[in-house]
Design a protein around this ligand. Structure first.
Ligand SMILES: [Zn+2]
Length: 200
């Protein structure tokens, strides 16, 4: 029986690494690996450097949790923003969809998840203490809860609303209409700007 020939080790290894990435199946992985090997336009050194820079040069902002190249992110450093408004989201990836609506000019706070007892995520696993300390120091007027519309998002919002209301803060929630269970990431800009405008 003939030995089945595969691409040489380095190409097979590249295919294997690419396949670990989300949304990349075996055919795409092979196509990309061969393109990097064969195309003049591929410039693999630039790709490798960009991957390392994005993976190692980015840290969560110490204040809001958004992606940052330094301790404090671009949003938190922007003095033209309305520091009296704070929008609480589940994940740092929820921030840009809200920014892209163009209707919100306040600050953010990413919790790093939501309260999910079945997955053993309690309040202490989230950046809730940081949130409570923040509003004490920064003295916001309004906190907008922009959490997912599913059961866990609702439960987290209820929990936070109680704690924040005890501090005398105005607590609002973005209007319903976000895809249930989908989180903010999958909501389109129009839906999000309506949800922000209709907060209550
Ligand atoms: Zn920040």
């Amino acid at each position: 029986m003939l030995k089945r020939v595969e691409y040489p080790g380095p190409i097979s290894e590249l295919v294997a690494q690419l396949r670990r990435m989300p949304g990349i199946g075996p055919r795409s992985a092979e196509r990309i690996a061969l393109w990097m090997n064969q195309s003049r336009d591929a410039r693999p050194g630039e790709i490798a450097r960009a991957i390392l820079a994005a993976a190692e040069g980015i840290q969560p902002c110490v204040r809001c949790g958004f992606f940052s190249t330094g301790p404090v992110c671009e949003i938190c450093s922007d003095t033209s923003r309305n520091g009296m408004l704070l929008c609480v989201v589940e994940q740092a990836t929820d921030i840009l969809p809200l920014e892209r609506t163009g209707v919100y000019r306040g600050l953010y706070h990413a919790l790093g998840g939501r309260i999910a007892p079945l997955d053993h995520v309690g309040p202490e696993e989230l950046r809730i203490d940081e949130l409570l300390q923040r509003v004490d120091v920064e003295k916001q007027e309004e906190v907008i809860l922009a959490l997912g519309a599913d059961v866990e998002g609702e439960a987290t919002a209820n929990y936070l609303a109680e704690l924040l209301a005890e501090k005398g803060l105005r607590v609002t929630r973005i209007a319903q209409g976000l895809p249930a269970g989908g989180g903010l990431e999958s909501a389109d800009e129009l839906t999000l700007s309506r949800a922000l405008a209709g907060r209550r």
